[in-house]
Structure formats: structure tokens, C-alpha cells
Design a protein around this ligand. Structure first.
Ligand code: SF4
Ligand code: SF4
Length: 379
């Protein structure tokens, strides 16, 4: 059995089978509590695997990927087990044993051939510029790393983020931007991650950027946490956009902003919240705009319910991933006009859910709140 999993043997044995991790699991709920699609079920499967009672099969791998890696189960576990870390390592172990799942193979092929997981042509990466008025600038010391999901799936948001940053500072686009490699990490393919992340780092370094700002928490984690795990050096700083905006605010570099009549709720993305411990900064950025009322969702911060957009689950079962987002909408406080978040994947999945449910609700990135306030200021 793989050494990667053996390292977790004690934790797998320590699981009390209490099931306290189960009621909050989004994929458990979406799959009608089918045991092997719940966190406790996954722990039992892995226990069987390390003890050679079970074989590493495609079905077992599929159960491990029926998970958004939201990390909520780890918050709930009274034994303090780091379930999401165990599950990501288990994905890595199964991948290293040659267990390949078709949806992961497809994501991998797309990134290798097109530089993004959506199979979109690389030359169309900056098509989102058509959604705004800003001219593309490709040279500078600070670069905006838009990320694949905003570039190809949320073009208007990408344009608003760029426009906001251009109004606040001298920021440029990274001409040869490509996938950061984060999907490989989620697939358990560390070789794929290393190859793609190194490619991305080299692009940024070659173009001479000293600072890279990204609105995507997955990209931010790839350039920092994953690069560190792999021992990859990078010659530039990385800032996750809501934190960067928060710093600008504290440095007094932002004009007074106001926007009347907007009542919003903030959804904590799992990647930013539970995985990066970023809870306060996005809220402070929203609250910096006078006239905005910020309400909390039922289930917030460390206890935020997942939107279904993470862990590549959407590539395995998009209908259930969207059903998770529809369920998340039930946590909204009454009478909000906008749901604000800080993760492109959340924005995509929640927008689909809003359209499916048929409610009047805007889904905005935190930066778009400032963009709107700043645009009104200048008009
Ligand atoms: S990480 Fe999230 S989706 Fe995965 S088992 Fe835990 S609660 Fe369920
Ligand atoms: S809450 Fe922790 S101890 Fe209980 S079943 Fe889940 S993983 Fe095991």
C-alpha cells in the first residue's frame, strides 16, 4: 500500500465512526447519504485500503472524488482529524497507483492542450476585455493573474476586476497567462501540478513582474502553498485580491466609496475561508463602501456551507454540484439584492443555481462592489 496513505494510518484508526462529520457534508446530502459518498464512508474505505481489505479500484477512487474538498467535515470532527488533507492525499495515492478516472483524464488533457480546463482556445483568453472599456496593458511591475474561470466563464467579472485595479494602480495583464495547475492538485496528480505550475511561474518571471495579484483563491494557493510544497522558487510576490484590496484600504490608498440601496450577503468560499483562513478581509472590503448593508448567511465563516464548486466535483457530476449551490441559496438572509463572494468557481456555480431557482439576485465578486462604487464616483 502506498506510503502516502500509510502516513495517515493512525488517523484512519483513530476515527471513532461517530458520524458527526456527516450531516454537513454537501456531497453526502446531494447523494442521499449513500454511505461511501459521506466523509465517514470515505474514512472507512481508506481504512480498508490501508489494511489491504479493499483494493484500489476505480469505484473507490470515484467515491473519493465525490467530494468538494470543502473541509467542513474536518471542522466538525471531534477527534480533530484533518479529513480534507487525508482525502487529497488519498487522491494522490490512487493516482500514483495508476487509477485514472475519465473526467480527470479529460481535465488533464484540456490543460495540457489548451492551457485551461475548459478546452477554450488559448488565444481567446483575453476575450473578456470586450466586456469593459479598459485597454489591455501588458507591461508593468504588478500583474493581474485573472485565472481560467474568470477569463472564460465570468468575462464581465474579469473586466470589472481589471477596470477596478486600473483605477487604483498601475496594473498590467500577464500576456501568456495559462492554467496555474491547481486542477492537477485536486486530481491528485502532483507531477502534472509541478509541470504546469512551473510553466506559470516561468511566464510571470520572464515578463518581469514583481507582484502578482489574483482574484482566484485556487490560483493564489497554487502560487504560494502548492509551490512551497513542491519546493518551487518564485521571484515575485503573490496577493489574493480581497486581501490586497484590504491592504490598500488600510494604507489610505482608496477614495471614499459609497453605494446606496445595496443589501448583500457574503458567501465564504471554502478555498479562501477554511483553507486560507481569510474571513475578515472580504467583509471589511464590502463594509468600506458606505451605504451597503452586509448581512451574514446561515452558515458562515468556518461553518460556511459549501457551494459545490470545488474539488473538481463539478467535472464528475455537474448536476449534483449545482444542486449543492441551490441548497446554499437557502442560507440567504431575506431581501438581499446581491450575493457577494471571492472565488470564480463559487461565482459560476452560484450564478447557475440562481438562474435555475429563478430568483432576482446578482452574484458579484467582492472587487465588483468596489468597481461599481468607484464607477459611480467617476461618472
Ligand atoms: S471535504 Fe466537504 S465534501 Fe468532502 S467529505 Fe468533507 S464535508 Fe464532504
Ligand atoms: S467525525 Fe471524525 S471521528 Fe467521527 S466519523 Fe467523522 S472522521 Fe470519524
Amino acid at each position: 500500500m502506498s506510503e502516502i496513505l500509510q502516513a495517515w494510518r493512525k488517523d484512519l484508526e483513530f476515527c471513532k465512526r461517530c458520524g458527526l462529520c456527516m450531516p454537513i457534508c454537501p456531497t453526502g446530502i446531494a447523494n442521499d447519504w449513500y454511505q461511501s459518498k459521506t466523509p465517514r464512508g470515505r474514512m472507512l474505505l481508506l481504512y480498508g485500503l490501508v489494511n489491504s481489505e479493499l483494493k484500489p479500484t476505480k469505484t473507490l477512487a470515484e467515491r473519493l472524488h465525490t467530494c468538494t474538498l470543502c473541509g467542513y467535515c474536518a471542522v466538525k470532527c471531534p477527534s480533530g482529524l484533518k479529513l480534507d488533507e487525508i482525502f487529497i492525499d488519498a487522491r494522490r495515492a490512487l493516482h500514483s497507483m495508476g487509477i485514472k478516472l475519465p473526467h480527470l483524464e479529460e481535465v488533464s488533457r484540456r490543460i495540457k492542450e489548451s492551457g485551461n480546463p475548459y478546452d477554450m482556445p488559448a488565444e481567446e483568453r483575453f476575450m473578456w476585455l470586450d466586456y469593459g472599456d479598459e485597454k489591455p496593458v501588458f507591461e508593468g511591475k504588478a500583474g493581474l493573474w485573472v485565472g481560467c474561470t474568470l477569463s472564460y466563464r465570468r468575462p464581465e467579472t474579469a473586466a470589472n476586476v481589471y477596470s477596478l485595479l486600473r483605477k487604483l494602480m498601475n496594473v498590467a495583464l500577464v500576456k501568456e497567462e495559462t492554467c496555474c495547475g491547481a486542477p492537477f492538485y485536486l486530481a491528485g496528480d502532483l507531477n502534472g501540478l509541478e509541470e504546469q505550475l512551473l510553466k506559470a511561474i516561468k511566464v510571470v518571471e520572464r515578463l518581469g513582474y514583481e507582484l502578482l495579484i489574483t482574484p482566484c483563491p485556487s490560483c493564489a494557493r497554487a502560487f504560494t502553498e502548492y509551490a512551497e510544497k513542491l519546493g518551487l522558487d518564485r521571484g515575485f510576490d503573490v496577493e489574493y485580491l480581497p486581501v490586497f484590496l484590504y491592504k490598500l484600504l488600510n494604507e489610505g490608498k482608496v477614495p471614499e466609496l459609497s453605494l446606496n440601496g445595496l443589501k448583500v450577503a457574503y458567501h465564504d468560499p471554502c478555498e479562501a475561508g477554511r483553507h486560507m483562513n481569510i474571513f475578515d478581509e472580504p467583509r471589511a472590503v464590502i463594509k468600506a463602501v458606505k451605504g451597503i448593508e452586509l448581512l451574514e448567511m446561515n452558515g458562515n465563516r468556518l461553518f460556511s456551507n459549501c457551494c459545490g464548486g470545488g474539488g473538481l466535483y463539478i467535472a464528475l457530476d455537474s448536476a449534483k454540484a449545482v444542486a449543492i449551490a441551490e441548497r446554499r441559496l437557502k442560507d440567504l438572509p431575506r431581501d438581499v439584492n446581491a450575493l457577494v463572494t471571492a472565488c470564480p468557481s463559487c461565482e459560476v456555480n452560484l450564478s447557475i443555481a440562481v438562474a435555475n431557482v429563478g430568483i432576482e439576485l446578482e452574484v458579484l465578486d467582492v472587487a465588483e462592489v468596489w468597481h461599481r462604487a468607484l464607477s459611480r464616483l467617476k461618472s
